[in-house]
Design a protein around this ligand. Structure first.
Ligand code: TXA
Ligand code: MG
Length: 341
């Protein structure tokens, strides 16, 4: 199958593919999603095949408005009302109990709930409106690879397997949405994202968070949490900005090519290192979040690189989401000045 690249002004053609039961990747403000008509089970099945995704890991249903969500759910609590008022369209995915049979098991992974999201990307909102139905959309990467933040990442993983991708340039946030479960007595954050716990608590009061590393025999709240997360070819070490010099000396002593992922301020101390081994995270947690997945993909193209020193940020605000993804890619490994790693 030849994968077409649609420009934002070619939405009619993209919507026609979706209506015909084909897969079209779409832009959002977080990462690119892999779209299929949520009401067409055969189309949704193709999403799992194209990604190589386990079939019990449910998909997010993307909607163009709140009214669509209300058609499908058993209840729409006050907390949901307040959260969508405050954060939609935007990077908050809400899990709600469904009316029986609202979606096929292929969408929900057999759960009685579904995850809903109203992305902050006008092109995709228009695409959903043109289709006239919600679209499922997991991140548009091969299962086990970093989420795509560019159409080129989507093509790298899925060219030949999907009908098309709508290219709207780089995504804004760069990390997947915050997922909050509103189907339980106390709202619980299952995945941290750009909408932070503090942002949410300012609107609905105290909540909990549960995105610990799930053990092999545990039943996780978000099925996706039990799967092995993306691990780059190289070993990543979380590294404090102040420790980069020491970390680089240690990496050099290992006699293997190593790469850096750091802010420009840190990289400026390493101008002798080959440019390909100095991936810039920009100058802030905002740019670092935008570029993190691109950086990990960059080093996967350089098989000689065996170690990556990646800059830590305080795990607050957007930093909590950034560190959650980076720590998983690092298998929780951190460069410590005092031991021999
Ligand atoms: O930013 C995002 O959320 C992107 C863009 C494309 O919207 N999408 C995305 O989808 O990251 P995905 O499939 O890669 O991650 C969805 C997560 C998975 O961990 C899944 O297990 C969880 O949400 N999830 C989906 N439905 C659920 C449900 N009913 N109950 C609990 N967890 C659910
Ligand atoms: Mg994903």
């Amino acid at each position: 199958m030849q994968t077409k690249v649609f420009k934002p002004d070619q939405l009619a053609a993209a919507a026609a593919e979706l209506a015909a039961g084909e897969l079209v990747a779409f832009p959002t403000e977080t990462v690119y999603g892999l779209g299929a008509d949520a009401t067409n089970e055969a189309a949704v099945k193709k999403v799992y095949q194209a990604k190589g995704r386990p079939s019990d890991n449910p998909l997010i249903v993307h909607v163009a408005d709140v009214a669509t969500v209300k058609q499908y759910v058993a209840t729409f609590p006050t907390t949901a009302e307040k959260l969508v008022q405050a954060f939609w369209p935007g990077s908050l995915t809400i899990i709600l109990p469904l009316k029986p049979g609202a979606f096929s098991k292929t969408v929900t992974g057999g759960l009685a709930t579904a995850a809903f999201r109203n992305p902050r990307n006008q092109v995709t909102l228009d695409l959903i409106k043109q289709l006239g139905r919600p679209i499922v959309g997991p991140s548009a990467n091969t299962s086990g690879k970093p989420s795509p933040t560019l159409a080129a990442h989507v093509l790298h993983d899925l060219a030949g397997k999907i009908a098309g991708v709508v290219d709207d340039g780089p995504t804004g946030v760069g990390l997947e949405s915050t997922v909050i479960d509103l189907s339980t007595a106390t709202p619980t954050i299952l995945r941290p994202g750009a909408v932070t716990q503090a942002d949410i608590e300012a609107v609905i009061g105290s909540i909990t968070a549960d995105h610990h590393q799930v053990k092999a025999d545990e039943v996780p709240k978000a099925p996706g949490m039990k799967y092995k997360h993306y691990a780059p070819n190289a070993q990543v070490y979380l590294t404090a900005a102040a420790d980069f010099k020491a970390a680089a000396s240690w990496a050099r002593s290992q006699s293997v090519p190593f790469g850096l992922m750091a802010t420009d301020q840190v990289l400026s101390q390493f101008s002798a290192l080959a440019p390909a081994y100095r991936f810039s995270l920009g100058d802030s947690i905002t740019t670092a979040s935008q570029r993190l997945f691109d950086g990990l993909r960059h080093y996967d193209q350089l098989p000689e690189v065996k170690l990556i020193l990646a800059e830590e940020f305080p795990a607050q605000g957007l930093g909590a989401a950034y560190m959650n993804r980076l720590a998983k890619a690092a298998g929780q490994k951190r460069f410590e000045k005092t031991n021999d790693n």
